[in-house]
Design a protein around this ligand. Structure first.
Ligand SMILES: Nc1nc2c(c(=O)[nH]1)N[C@H]1C(S)=C(S)[C@@H](COP(=O)(O)O)O[C@H]1N2
Ligand SMILES: [Mo]
Length: 338
């Protein structure tokens, strides 16, 4: 590639947008404007942002399970921060990021962190299946031992128009893809959450298509930003945030970042995702952040940052266009932002 593009880690996020990103932005906006007019649909999802509970609970950051056993991965953290990924805002307070959650397996309110402590996270088996050279099943601690752990500061933008910025620890999803050795015919990576209604009461609600499923194209899954988070704030990731491993794809709406994964399946079929199954007109496969494409029932122009009074303007691709805009060249016919 002869053209040198300034990337996010080389200049502050507030600095000028590069020509290249500007041009693709115009193209994308044109595509978005040409999209169908979306009608309000009956709400299956609680919908727009709920206010945080007035009394923020004490930080729910314990690293032991319900039975009090220590998490064997505790000693792995903290890990070294990768300086490539910079924030344009403060890191969110830990007590907010760990007590204000979306995890429908434990209920549809934001206040599920206590219930989530019932989730057993050891032993935890991770299956790598589908179109791979050799399907395998790994123990989470063996997997952690094989992966290059680092810390990254990422923004997170929920489709409900709240956001946070947190230090995840974990490894690039590409490292797991390399371990899996997918066949050339694989086009998508499908990721599936555990299924255990005995401990996850929300999974007794039969109108939801459990288990929670998400997916990425292979190009997205191997983009450098796609990250598997196994830690948060220098400790193992709390259960309510998706222990023992969850996806973090910060250029997409938060529902893409599937929690507590048990299966990585390589496939040539686009996965039908959990929220798409529930309401395809509001939650599609691509779900890239775009302030100019409103949700059918609310604007996406601004966001409420956890712990801050002032709303911030939402950015195209949540501010990560330098890394990911190129993934969507030639895909303008797709509903990239829904
Ligand atoms: N399995 C599962 N993963 C999930 C969800 C969920 O309900 N179940 N919610 C998603 C949504 S909508 C968001 S915004 C993020 C919230 O992550 P956090 O609680 O760590 O902030 O998790 C995503 N991953
Ligand atoms: Mo979300």
């Amino acid at each position: 590639m002869p053209i040198k593009i300034k990337r996010g880690w080389e200049l502050p996020d507030s600095a000028a947008t590069s020509e290249d990103v500007f041009r693709s932005r115009r193209r994308l906006l044109k595509a978005a404007a040409a999209g169908p007019i979306l009608l309000a649909a009956p709400g299956l999802l609680a919908g727009c942002d709920e206010a945080p509970s007035p009394s923020a609970q004490m930080a729910a950051t314990g690293t032991s399970d319900a039975a009090g056993a220590a998490d064997p991965s505790t000693s792995l953290y903290p890990v070294e921060r990768n300086p490539r990924y910079v924030l344009d805002r403060d890191i969110s307070p830990e007590d907010l990021a760990t007590t204000y959650n979306n995890f429908y397996e434990f209920g549809s309110s934001k206040n599920i962190w206590k219930k989530a402590q019932d989730l057993p996270i050891r032993p935890w088996r991770v299956a790598i299946t589908g179109m791979v050279e050799t399907p395998m099943e790994l123990d989470i601690d063996d997997l952690l031992g094989k992966m290059p752990l680092e810390e990254r500061l990422y923004r997170h933008r929920c489709v409900e128009a709240w956001s946070m910025a947190v230090p995840w620890s974990g490894f690039p999803l590409k490292a797991l893809v390399d371990l899996a050795r997918p066949l050339g015919s694989a086009k998508y990576l499908k990721m599936v959450t555990f299924q255990n209604p005995e401990v996850a009461g929300g999974q007794k609600a039969s109108w939801y298509p459990w288990p929670y499923v998400e997916g990425l194209t292979m190009a997205e899954a191997t983009n450098e930003l796609a990250f598997i988070a196994t830690g948060l704030y220098g400790k193992p990731v709390p259960k309510q945030n998706g222990a023992p491993l969850r996806l973090a794809v910060p250029w997409k709406y938060g529902f893409k970042s599937v929690k507590s994964i048990v299966t990585f399946e390589f496939t040539d079929q686009r996965p039908r995702t959990f929220w798409e199954e529930i309401q395809a007109s509001e939650y599609g496969f691509w779900a890239n952040v775009n302030p100019n494409v409103p949700h059918p029932r609310w604007s996406q122009a601004t966001e409420r940052v956890l712990g801050q009074d002032q709303r911030l303007e939402t950015q195209l691709y949540n501010g990560y266009g330098e890394f990911v805009a190129g993934l969507y060249a030639g895909l303008e016919g797709e509903k990239l932002f829904m």
